[in-house]
Design a protein around this ligand. Structure first.
Ligand code: ZN
Length: 164
C-alpha cells in the first residue's frame, strides 16, 4: 500500500520540478533580453509605422506615375487614349477617360464633374510642375538634339457637348 501511495507524490514532485525549471528558464532568457537590449520597452515607438502608412496611402492614389501621364499626353498617345475601343469590362466601356488622372468614368457627365474636382485640378498642377519626363529625356538623347526644357501646356481635355 505504501508504494501505491508514494507514486503520485513523486509525480507531483516531478511536475513541480518541471514547472520550476521552466520558470527558471524564463527568468534567464528574460535577463538575457534585458542585458542585450538597451531598453526594456520594445516596440512602443510607432512613429515610423505611422509614416509608412501615410506613404502607402499616398502612392495608392496615383494609378499611373506622372512620367507615364506625360507620355500619354503626347498627341499621338492622347488621341488613342481618348478614342478607345468600346470595352465592356472597363468603366463606361472605356469611352470616358481622363488622360491626366488615368481614370475611366461612367459617362460624359461624370467625367465633366471629375474635371471640376480638387483631385483633377491638383493633378493638372502637378503635371505642369514636372514637365521633364523620362520619355522626353530619352527622346532628346536619341535624337541628339537637345530640346530645351520647357513647361508643358496642360489643359483639361475638351469633351463634345452632345448630351441628349
Ligand atoms: Zn482628371
Amino acid at each position: 500500500m505504501g508504494a501505491d501511495f508514494d507514486r503520485p507524490l513523486v509525480g507531483r514532485f516531478e511536475h513541480l520540478l518541471q514547472r520550476d525549471l521552466q520558470k527558471a528558464e524564463n527568468e534567464v532568457s528574460g535577463l538575457h533580453s534585458i542585458n542585450m537590449g538597451k531598453s526594456k520597452q520594445i516596440g512602443n515607438h510607432n512613429s515610423t509605422r505611422k509614416k509608412s502608412i501615410g506613404k502607402t496611402w499616398k502612392t495608392k492614389r496615383y494609378t499611373k506615375h506622372l512620367d507615364e501621364i506625360h507620355a500619354d499626353m503626347k498627341p499621338s498617345n492622347a488621341a488613342k487614349l481618348l478614342k478607345q475601343e468600346v470595352d465592356h469590362d472597363v468603366t463606361g466601356s472605356a469611352q470616358h477617360y481622363c488622360l491626366h488622372c488615368a481614370r475611366y468614368f461612367v459617362d460624359a457627365k461624370a467625367l465633366k464633374e471629375h474635371f471640376r474636382t480638387k483631385l483633377h485640378k491638383k493633378r493638372i498642377k502637378l503635371l505642369k510642375e514636372e514637365p521633364y519626363s523620362h520619355a522626353e529625356a530619352e527622346r532628346a538623347a536619341g535624337m541628339g538634339s537637345y530640346v530645351a526644357h520647357k513647361t508643358v501646356e496642360v489643359k483639361t481635355q475638351t469633351i463634345e457637348e452632345d448630351m441628349d
